[in-house]
Design a protein around this ligand. Sequence first.
Ligand SMILES: Cc1cc2nc3c(=O)[nH]c(=O)nc-3n(C[C@H](O)[C@H](O)[C@H](O)COP(=O)(O)O)c2cc1C
Length: 211
Amino acid sequence: MTKKKIEIAQMLNILLAVSLLLLILKFGKNPTNKMEQDTTNTLEIIHQRKSVRNFTPQEVKKEQLQTLIKAAMAAPTAVNKQPWAFIAIKDRDILDRLGEKLPYAKMLKKVNAAIVVCGDLNKTLEDWEQEFWIQDCSAASQNILLAAEAIGLGAVWTAAYPAKDRMQTVSEILGLPESIIPLNVIPVGYPKGVEKPKDKWKPENLHWEQW
Ligand SMILES: Cc1cc2nc3c(=O)[nH]c(=O)nc-3n(C[C@H](O)[C@H](O)[C@H](O)COP(=O)(O)O)c2cc1C
């Protein structure tokens, strides 16, 4: 091989190596990049979430409700007690009866699915720690709202607990045993129109190190 040919071969090798390096940088599975991407996605969902109260008639499938409830059950709970029970509703009559009786959940009459998040007093911690069920079920509820946003659905937390009359209404209509306390009713559906998330960032509510 002549000297010139060797030089050309060396140049081509360098070019190939540089191209390979560029390809790896662009498409390679760099764990740091992936993590940054996932974090951005999660933060986007958190900031995009909003209460949705208007829905299209499009049906929400059983599998979608199960996806939301699976996300709920991934929430943290005190001493990992998971003191909860979830009731998934698709029945038109039950949704209508709840919507009729709950003063701030009228949208139930216009949605075709809902999830009721309940505390199960048979599964809680004891004494003063029993009330951790409220935080536990609230964390689960937030997971439902976020998961709904993530799969293109809309939802809104409508309160049952601690309003005695609303808790009683929900308990009666759903036939809940005494140990099962409804925290909220979450209508779930396809959003009608585009609702914008509220910007709640208020720097004055953040205190660094001490009050
Ligand atoms: C504990 C709690 C109770 C709520 N109760 C109701 C309710 O009964 N009816 C309703 O339409 N929205 C209810 N909401 C939704 C709030 O009105 C809503 O989260 C708030 O206005 C902020 O708007 P955003 O969810 O779009 O950020 C409740 C939210 C929480 C956390």
